[in-house]
Design a protein around this ligand. Structure first.
Ligand SMILES: C[S@@+](CC[C@H](N)C(=O)[O-])C[C@H]1O[C@@H](n2cnc3c(N)ncnc32)[C@H](O)[C@@H]1O
Length: 284
């Protein structure tokens, strides 16, 4: 009998995601607590740190329902998801993309199953401009088709490996606001917050408007949550832009300045070295 060869797959994000933390992983790894109980990531996005740590017991959460459905479908329906992605791979073209994209402009999206919806989003993020997720005020996806020569639309081994990992460990997948996602945090747990950043350029005006759906009041609410969790005896870490407002908000905690190279900014002018802040409530 021939033994099936099982390829070792390193867990990593299954999609590009704005603000992805892969470049910062080496510095973040240095700053995480040596031991902790449960892992919480309330703004999980693509989950760069989550997959890097691959905790056995964790709660992951995001506000974006389509993204959270992708995690859920990879867990529950990996084979069906892979099969649909193979179809998208076969038919991929600008016209095909635009047609599938417009499913949220008529009733087609409501007829789709959850696994079809996940495949739609995962396909679009592989072929669209810069791998961006962006919707208009009516929640309609509006990113143009990208210019990739040979995009890898389905990574079968990765989807299977993530599915196995999610099923063989205690991973709770939640959808909603960050505050609700940390209600069960106990002393000794580790919480990593990676919120939408305070914009660097318009810092002075930011206190009166919303950036990526996250206002200054949300940043203050997040700081208060950080403090509350710290007082209960959890290890808390947060990343944000290297700005005066962040320094102000977290002045009672440890602030680490880190440098990273950005590769997937929307504008090429914003690429290059960036400096960010990592806040912890514990000494390293
Ligand atoms: C900077 S990204 C996280 C990037 C992630 N660490 C990664 O490696 O891909 C911020 C995330 O916060 C989510 N978000 C925005 N507002 C939120 C809220 N009020 N509660 C929870 N998540 C929210 C966004 O959908 C987005 O995925």
């Amino acid at each position: 009998m021939k033994i099936k060869e099982i390829k070792e797959v390193t867990l990593q994000p299954f999609t590009k995601w704005t603000g992805g933390k892969r470049q910062l992983l080496p510095v973040i790894r240095e700053l995480i607590p040596k031991t902790y109980n449960r892992y919480f990531e309330p703004f999980v996005g693509g989950g760069a740190l989550f997959f890097d740590l691959a905790p056995k017991d964790a709660v992951i959460n995001d506000f974006n329902a389509e993204l959270i459905n992708c995690y859920q479908q990879i867990k529950d329906n990996p084979q069906e998801l892979i099969e649909i992605l193979k179809v998208h791979q076969e038919y991929n073209s600008k016209e095909y993309y635009l047609d599938l994209r417009s499913a949220d402009r008529d009733e087609r999206i409501d007829m789709m199953s959850e696994v079809q919806r996940a495949a739609r989003i995962l396909y679009m993020l592989r072929v669209d401009f810069n791998g961006l997720y962006r919707v208009n005020s009516k929640n309609q996806f509006n990113v143009p088709y990208g210019r990739y020569k040979n995009p890898k639309i389905v990574d079968e081994n990765l989807v299977s490996a993530i599915s196995t990992y999610l099923n063989n460990n205690q991973i709770e997948i939640k959808k909603g606001d960050f505050e609700k996602a940390v209600l069960d945090v106990q002393p000794g747990d580790f919480v990593y917050f990676d919120p939408p950043y305070i914009p660097l350029s318009e810092t002075s005006a930011f206190t009166s408007y919303t950036h990526e759906g996250f206002s200054y009041d949300d940043q203050v609410r997040l700081r208060d949550t950080f403090k509350k969790l710290s007082d209960t005896g959890a290890y808390v870490m947060l990343s944000n832009s290297s700005s005066f407002l962040v320094e102000e908000l977290y002045r009672d905690f440890n602030i680490h300045y880190v440098e990273a190279t950005r590769t997937n900014g929307a504008k090429s002018s914003s690429r290059g070295k960036i400096s960010e802040i990592i806040v912890t409530n514990y000494e390293k």
